[in-house]
Design a binder for this molecule. Sequence first.
Ligand code: 7TS
Length: 388
Amino acid sequence: MQRIYLDNNATTIVDPKVKEAMEPFICQMYGNPNSLHSFGTETHPYMKLAFDRLYAGINASDDDDIIITSCATEGNNTVLKGIYYQIINGGKKNQVITTQVEHPCVAQSCKFLETLGADVIYLPVNRDGVVDADFLGEYIDPDRTALVSIMWANNETGLIFPIRELAALCRENGVLFHTDAVQAIGKLKVDVHEAPVDFLTFSAHKFHGMKGVGGLYIRNGVKISPLLHGGEQMGGKRAGTVNTAALIGMGLAMELASENLEYEINEVKRLRDKLEDAILTVKGTGVIGNREIRTPNTILASIKGVEGEALIWDLNKNGIAASTGSACASESLESNPTFVAMGIDNELAHTGIRLSLSRFTTENEIDIVISILTKSIERLREISFSSI
Ligand code: 7TS
């Protein structure tokens, strides 16, 4: 049976070119990059190239920092806890503003900061499923707000937040701004000059690099306490021996993400729209959010009368990998803040599935998915109807 992977918001295939670039650093050039001998020093030019590619990928300046982390969860924890110890703890600015739809690694870090005495505001999203600058402006208090943390694009819906405006507003008010750009890299133009963010998190496995490696961008001059203390790696901002092979692979993955951006925005979107149109021809279906303000690869569909999980199982039996919209961010779709804000009724909300494509998805695969998915929906509806 042919297997088709449509869960690219959870993780992506490693690009074979990335795998090839990493291989020499596993069993040949395996020295610790901090060692003085040639096993260590011979990795330096490759690591420098990887950093150059990461800086170019998000248009960072030479004097900004990018620290290498183990994942986006670490990057996001570093920002939130780092800001606590740098600014909030015992100071006058003790407020963090975030949204109700962040990934759990941001949401749970915020909950933890609350136990330490921080005041956290969780903004609801509007009817478009995002937060706009006017709304954020009502909550920012330059004397009290230490940090605003808002994702660039949502992992469940794909909806894109107006990061340029949100970051600019924070800059005007002297408030630090962090964005979790995990779902944006490779799908949207990410430029830290156009969008004046102070911190930005990314994770290689979401853009065809390895799992277990990511990056945190820190604007020049912005101070943050490290999460991991130890050696002097990453200029003292993140101790621990870096995963050399994974970093070198992530550098190439970032360059390939930039090179393939046009393809993603046009061709992946075309395939996504084809699948979405086919889903919408089935009676009683809905897709969350305007497709023009969604990442080009994502569909969160809702299918009346069909349990999301039952559909995932049925698709899986037929070789298709998708996920329920609730996989990461919320207990159930009925209580999903995006669904609530967008007025999606309970019955539709109960029945979500997320389909996420990548540049490795083919037209033939989409045609097969359309055929299997529409039959699955029909079959599951018959079963649920006959069991009433
Ligand atoms: N932030 C966002 C927006 C994410 O989508 C994810 C993973 C993370 C952070 C965590 O990344 P990691 O590098 O620590 O793994 N999101 C998902 C998802 O949507 N389904 O599975 C994982």
